[in-house]
Design a protein around this ligand. Structure first.
Ligand code: AHR
Length: 330
């Protein structure tokens, strides 16, 4: 009788160990490379930097949403440098986090580190900006905006405004940082939208790195080199806001002498639009945190997620900005 009880106890113990073993394998199969088995998801997040109001709002959204979702967040600010992002991602791989998420400062050059994450069984989510890797299996999904569409909406608005114009309309463009998806795509979308109107001409286009200081400095150069500027297309609000200072210092009236179109719709940008200094903004939402945490839970659980999830966005005229401003959260 005692022998039978001992045998049964051994059998129960063996099955417990077996189930535990299968569950552990299942965990790594789903890409959960986490070091602790406390049921809590750990996310390693590499942020681009703190270059703009948009970025600050995006960081807040990610930190708050991680806390609300019960996800342990390891956060790194790459200060606009790809090498810092690669270093951070390698650290997260070493620490065996469950999920890696990042907003790539530029589009190219990620294949090696993404492959390292894949080999370690850690799922990667791209957020805000995408990469140009041909191998789409290197990441689980992309969550963010359609930047080409934002540029196109900006261009279409301008075409509509200048419908009756017969003479040349000189446009200057402040691009985001070189090689970044929003800089490449907004340029593309805007260019395509105005292409059928030969009188709308981009006479100068330079990177202002998505910062106010960059926008101001490059706009000063544009103004010095070009006596007739009719339109500024800035790839974000912050560069537009920096450019306002240069335009005013040059004795011109922003929003009147020079039509100003930007992207983002952060509070300061919306204020400039409501004040008549900007003329049009294509929105880009930074509030990606809640969806990102949802996706992290899904990929960690081994669920299939769509390869691309786009944020819903709108556009603002001066009148619409006045209405929206009191309730603007960022
Ligand atoms: O990737 C999103 C862009 O990056 C925002 O438009 C800009 O403000 C930010 O720095």
């Amino acid at each position: 009788m005692r022998k039978m009880r001992t045998q049964r106890a051994i059998a129960v113990l063996a099955s417990v160990l077996l189930i535990g073993g299968v569950a552990a394998c299942g965990n790594s199969d789903t890409g959960g490379g986490g070091s602790k088995d406390d049921g809590k998801i750990t996310m390693g997040f590499s942020q681009v930097g703190a270059e703009s109001g948009w970025r600050t709002a995006n960081t807040t959204s990610i930190k708050e949403s991680a806390a609300a979702a019960g996800i342990e967040l390891k956060f790194d600010d790459a200060q606009q440098k790809q090498e810092n992002q690669i270093k951070a991602i390698r650290n997260y791989i070493q620490q065996k986090v469950d999920v890696i998420a990042f907003s790539p400062v530029v589009e190219s050059g990620w294949d090696t580190v993404l492959k390292e994450a894949k080999d370690a069984g850690i799922p990667v989510i791209l957020t805000d900006r995408s990469v140009d890797s041909a191998d789409k299996s290197l990441y689980k999904t992309f969550l963010g905006s359609d930047f080409v569409k934002e540029g196109r909406l900006a261009g279409e608005w301008l075409v509509e405004q200048k419908k009756g114009a017969t003479g040349p309309v000189n446009i200057v463009e402040l691009q985001g940082n070189t090689g970044a998806a929003p800089a490449n795509d907004r340029k593309k979308g805007f260019g395509e939208a105005i292409a059928a109107n030969p009188n709308l001409k981009i006479i100068a286009s330079q990177p202002g790195d998505f910062t106010r200081a960059g926008g101001k400095q490059v706009m000063e150069q544009f103004l010095k080199a070009n006596p007739k500027i009719d339109v500024l297309f800035a790839h974000n609000d912050d560069m537009g806001l920096g450019a306002l200072e240069a335009i005013t210092a040059a004795g011109k009236v922003p929003g009147k002498d020079i039509t100003i179109i930007t992207v983002d719709a952060v509070k300061d940008g919306m204020q400039a639009l409501a004040d008549g200094k900007f003329n049009f903004i294509a929105e880009c939402s930074p509030l990606l945190g809640p969806q990102l945490m949802d996706l992290a839970k899904k990929v960690h659980a081994g669920e299939t997620v769509p390869p691309r999830i786009e944020t819903e966005e709108t556009t603002f005229t001066q009148e619409q900005a006045k209405e929206a401003l009191p309730n603007r959260k960022y």
